[in-house]
Ligand binder design. Sequence first.
Ligand code: SF4
Length: 423
Amino acid sequence: MNEYDSELVRAILSEAGYSFTEDAQLADVVMLNTCSVRENAHRKVYGLIHDIRHGHKGKPVVIGILGCMATGLRKELIDNKSLGLDFVVGPDSYKRLPEILRDVFEKHGQGYDVTLSEFETYSDIYPTRTGGVNAWVAVMRGCNNFCSFCIVPFTRGRERSRSVENVLDEVKRLIGEGFQQVTLLGQNVNSYHHEGQDFAALLEAVSRIDGIRRIRFTSPHPKDFPESLIRVVGENPKICKHIHLPLQSGNDRILGLMNRHYTATGYLNLVEKIRKVCPSAALTTDIIVGFPTEIAGEFEDTVRVMKAVEFDSAFMFKYSPRPNTQAARELKDDVSEDEKTSRIMRINTLQSDISLKKNKARVGTIEEVLIEDVEKAKGGVAYARNDVNKVVALPAGNFQIGDFMSVRIIRATPHQLKGEIIS
Ligand code: SF4
């Protein structure tokens, strides 16, 4: 979502007459588009601000913070004199950036706007994309779920969706620019709804656009996965058969404390329904270990669900409290660091074995891949993705980024497939 938002910011500032450089040393203004999900992200950002200011020889540079940290840490960012930030702008206020920057330059004061909006969807801004084979398209913003460990509802506000027509206009324009793959984005993408149209209807409408070959989406919430959505994903050939379905925990008490609105059984039933309609679907997930009060037996429930589902891959985290979340306010972070480490190592090994088994099962199959990157050095390697979002490494050949190629899978590791070109 931040990559997409950076593209929105580019469009807004280009319209206002700004041009861009990737080299912070050359810039008059540096903006850091921040995320609050990872632990200690703010320390990294503070270090980066220091490096930019001190590496910037010659004229002074104007530095601003955008994104979730702007809303989540607004007071600290604005008051911290040693950071010396010139502006702090939250995810719903990017249209005000030209005005805020003008004030910073003319009045030499500090600019900020961290207001959260119930309506802002940026549906009137066409993002300035900078290449690649995939175009992100945010179809909804914000989140109403308030998972107890998550800061997003506080930093990005309530859910709001763009109209189907508005999303279709953007995708048609992207096709005209040569994109063949879009990823529909939202903090809780499958809770998309606009004037009676739900996410399944949106996916179908996007798939009817001429020229679109692949549609991906992220991230759905298990509680918003009706049969109609499963059917569209399973039956529509343009919708990639990859579903990222965050589990977080396999224990019902912990899921309750996390405020996730499903049980382990409910989750497993959903997986069964998905696999019935769409047996080729790759499932990936997010898991948190060591949530406050999680005892060993409850962690074992997570292991059990992982073994039952056999995810293709998983993002696995040790719990750490995020300031101002419900879990940080109400629950003591009482699982020891050693215990969290031992639990995460255990599921890392488990998942690695499962991923390898899943990937090995693809050896010998013929797959269509989209070339994403070509490294010409040392004989050349190309990286592509198959329909289920797995990376396939190939020897560089007579093809370019953006080409669809047919490949035979010849080797597998837990994180990657290796292939050879057929045509
Ligand atoms: S669904 Fe939960 S984890 Fe995802 S953004 Fe919303 S509150 Fe955060």
